[in-house]
Structure formats: structure tokens, C-alpha cells
Design a protein around this ligand. Structure first.
Ligand code: ATP
Ligand code: MG
Length: 400
């Protein structure tokens, strides 16, 4: 006997009508995509549930992949047996013995197939008795069990599960359209990307790169962070924007105190152009209210003026510590804290305006023509597709 299935539970409460179908299709597709390298592993649906058929594969690595798929509420290893009392007894015992440190257990039988001759209550007693007889020092506790052996008697078969592993929740990536993530290499923006994905958003990323002030390693860091994000979704295209010339112009031509704000506006302007090209309807950023001087309400108001695209800012309500915790949990923290400079840390004005006003900024911008440099930056974009596979990433720069 062995665990031959993974049971996937996906109880997103708010799903309604037509959405459910799209949600389930996308979830199945996303799981399939994640496990396609395991030979013979398949994803199958029955009403309200999804099963991964292991077909002889070791359950653990498959489970690890599934745990990172958004839209899953919880997962359990499961054994599938015929609708036969003795076979169900054996499987329940196997599932119980597979758990460590169990002192108290509980059996819950769900008889979905009403043709099965033994009623749930009676089946509970039969199984409880069988487990007690065949184990030592274990008792039944229906209120606070260490493990709950769940038995679902369905039309086609009976499924027995024990431990429950929590999933990431959220919605399957691909059910909420696409967003262009402004990815800096810091701690915040990868977490923002992760949280956008949690709501079903598929990502592309854009990074503003200022060689030689920022190094190849700083760029590589952004690609590494992107790779870590693909673990939770699909492959991600990264658009690397050569930003040096425009940035130098800004810092040469604009008043020092406003350069930071104007640089941010340029980032949004260029990002919007990439969205138009790629058919993307929103931006996402790691901005957080009040964390640094450039993230005041006033500053956000002024920067935001240049785009009417929705900007997803998942971190807006969070404390830094909360963001750090998430980044540690999703595995981006160690890369984010590598000390490679980014374009914002190099061109730092001595005293940036913390409350830049729209009319001042518009006035300064009107005194110089940036359009050529903006176009040059856009024309120079290098686009790299990052997959969650090793060494399969391809670069294609002819997008624009
Ligand atoms: P992060 O930790 O993500 O770098 P931060 O706390 O350093 O954020 P800022 O430097 O004010 O905050 O940047 C705010 C947001 O602007 C970032 O979260 C990111 O979304 C975007 N951003 C900043 N620099 C870049 C860059 N070089 N390329 C792309 N996006 C950037
Ligand atoms: Mg930063």
C-alpha cells in the first residue's frame, strides 16, 4: 500500500457563476504545468475536488511543487481504494501509521455515494475499532485529535487522507489578467509581485538599468529574483530598460530636489508604453506609504499623474517587518539584500523634495525635451524570458 494521490482542495468562497469554471480550468492547467517533468503524473477532476495521480512517483517532490500553486486551499496525500470495507480498513490503518507522534485520532467518514451499503456513522465505528485494535497507545479524541483520518466514499472509489498541508490560497495565476511589475532588486518589489500573483495576476517585469553606474551583477540579481517568482506561477518576461542617458539628463537639467520625482515619472511613462505594446492593463509596484521620503502621499500623487493605468500596490498597508517576513518565506530575501547598487541608490539627490507638487514638476519638465531619450530607452529594451527551469531562459531584444 502507498499514497497514490494528492487531494487538492480549492475553496475560494467568493467564486460565483462563470468564474468557477475558469478558476478550475486555470488551476488544473497551472498544476499540470508545474508537474510536467514527473513521468506519468496526471491531474484529474471530480466534483468539487482535484486529484494528482502519482502513478508510482515519490509523493514529496510533487507535493512541494503543488504547494506553490495559487488557488489551492489545502492538500493531502491520499490513498484510493475500491469501495470495499476491508480495503478501506487497510488503507485507513496505513494512513494513520504514516503520521508521526500521534496520540489521539479521529475518523471522519463522508458517504457521498449513497449506494454504498454501510452508513457513515457505522463506518466510523468500524474504522475506529480497526485502528484501535491494530495500534498501541493511541486513543480516539473527536475534539482535539492529533490527526484526522478522512474517508470519502465516492461513486468511483474511496479516498483516504490523513495530514492536511495548507496551500497558498488566492486565485490561480492567469485568472486576473496581467500586470507589469516594476522590479528593482530591493526587498519590496518581489514581494509585491508575489502578492499580485496571489490574486491571480500573471506578471511581466520591467527593470531600469543604468550601466556603467549599475553593474551586470545588479541586473543578474533582478533576473534571479524573477526566477524565484516563477516558482509561484508562469514564466515571466523581464524588460530591461537602458536608463543611463535619460537619468543623466534628468539630473543635469532638472533641479536637484525634483530629480527623483521626475525620474519616477519617467519610469511610469516608459512602463505604460511597454504595457501598450504587450497588451497589459495594469502596473504593479513595491511602493509603500511613508516608508521613505519619496513615498509620501504628495509624492505618490505627483508621480501618479503621468499614467491613468491602475497601479497595484500590495504593500501599501504593510509594515517593513511584515514585508521582510514574506520575502523570507518566499525565498527572495537573501537575493534582495545582496549589496549591488541600483539606479535609485546611485543618483540620489542631496535633499529630494518630500512633498513635490504637480504644477512645479510639470513646469520643470516643460523646460526640457526628454522625448528623444525616452524613445531611445524604449528602443533599447532587452527582453528576457525567465522560466522556472534551469538554463532554459531565452533572450530576445527585437520586441520594439
Ligand atoms: P524596493 O525594495 O522594491 O526596491 P524601495 O523600498 O527601495 O522598494 P523605492 O526605491 O522608493 O522603494 O521604489 C519604489 C518602487 O519603485 C519599487 O518597489 C519598485 O516597484 C519601483 N522601482 C524602483 N527602482 C526601480 C528600478 N530600478 N527598476 C524598476 N522598478 C523600480
Ligand atoms: Mg529600492
Amino acid at each position: 500500500m502507498e499514497f497514490d494521490h494528492i487531494l487538492i482542495r480549492y475553496g475560494e468562497m467568493a467564486l460565483k457563476g462563470k468564474n468557477i469554471k475558469q478558476f478550475i480550468n486555470q488551476l488544473q492547467q497551472n498544476i499540470q504545468q508545474k508537474i510536467k517533468d514527473f513521468p506519468h503524473v496526471k491531474v484529474k477532476r471530480t466534483q468539487g475536488r482535484m486529484f494528482v495521480l502519482l502513478n508510482g512517483n515519490d509523493p514529496e517532490p510533487v507535493m512541494e511543487k503543488c504547494k506553490n500553486v495559487f488557488g489551492i486551499h489545502s492538500l493531502s496525500l491520499a490513498i484510493k481504494v475500491e469501495n470495499d470495507v476491508d480495503k478501506i480498513k487497510d488503507a485507513a490503518l496505513y494512513a494513520l501509521k504514516n503520521e508521526d507522534n500521534v496520540k489521539k485520532f479521529k475518523v471522519t467518514v463522508k458517504r457521498i455515494n449513497k449506494d454504498f451499503p454501510v452508513r457513515s456513522q457505522e463506518m466510523n465505528q468500524i474504522l475506529g475499532g480497526h485502528l484501535l485494535t491494530n495500534t498501541n497507545d493511541i486513543t480516539v479524541d473527536v475534539h482535539q485529535p492529533d490527526v484526522e483520518i478522512k474517508v470519502e466514499i465516492r461513486k468511483e472509489a474511496t479516498y483516504i487522507t490523513s495530514g492536511i498541508v495548507p496551500g497558498l490560497g488566492g486565485l490561480p495565476v492567469g485568472t486576473s489578467g496581467k500586470s507589469l511589475l516594476l522590479l528593482s532588486g530591493g526587498i519590496d518589489s518581489p514581494v509585491a509581485g508575489f502578492l499580485a500573483m496571489k490574486r491571480g495576476v500573471e506578471l511581466e517585469a520591467i527593470h531600469f538599468h543604468s550601466p556603467p553606474y549599475t553593474s551586470e551583477r545588479a541586473k543578474q540579481k533582478v533576473l534571479d529574483l524573477t526566477k524565484q517568482l516563477t516558482k509561484f506561477g508562469k514564466s515571466i518576461k523581464v524588460h530591461i530598460v537602458p536608463f543611463t542617458k535619460l537619468q543623466q539628463e534628468i539630473f543635469r537639467e532638472m533641479p536637484d530636489a525634483y530629480a527623483m520625482t521626475i525620474m519616477r515619472r519617467m519610469m511610469f511613462r516608459i512602463s505604460e508604453r511597454v504595457c501598450e505594446k504587450e497588451g497589459i492593463l495594469s502596473l504593479a509596484s513595491g511602493e509603500n506609504l511613508g516608508q521613505v521620503a519619496s513615498q509620501t502621499m504628495q509624492s505618490m500623487h505627483t508621480i501618479n499623474e503621468v499614467t491613468n493605468y491602475p497601479i497595484i500596490r500590495p504593500l501599501i498597508t504593510m509594515d517593513k517587518q511584515e514585508v521582510i517576513e514574506i520575502s523570507q518565506r518566499i525565498g527572495t530575501y537573501q537575493t534582495s539584500i545582496l549589496p549591488y547598487e541600483d539606479c535609485c541608490t546611485i543618483f540620489v539627490p542631496k535633499s529630494p523634495k518630500t512633498k513635490p507638487k504637480r504644477d512645479r514638476v510639470n513646469y520643470y519638465e516643460s523646460t526640457y525635451n526628454f522625448s528623444e531619450s525616452i524613445q531611445e530607452a524604449i528602443d533599447g529594451i532587452e527582453t528576457i524570458k525567465i522560466t522556472d527551469k534551469k538554463n532554459l531562459d531565452e533572450s530576445f531584444s527585437d520586441l520594439f
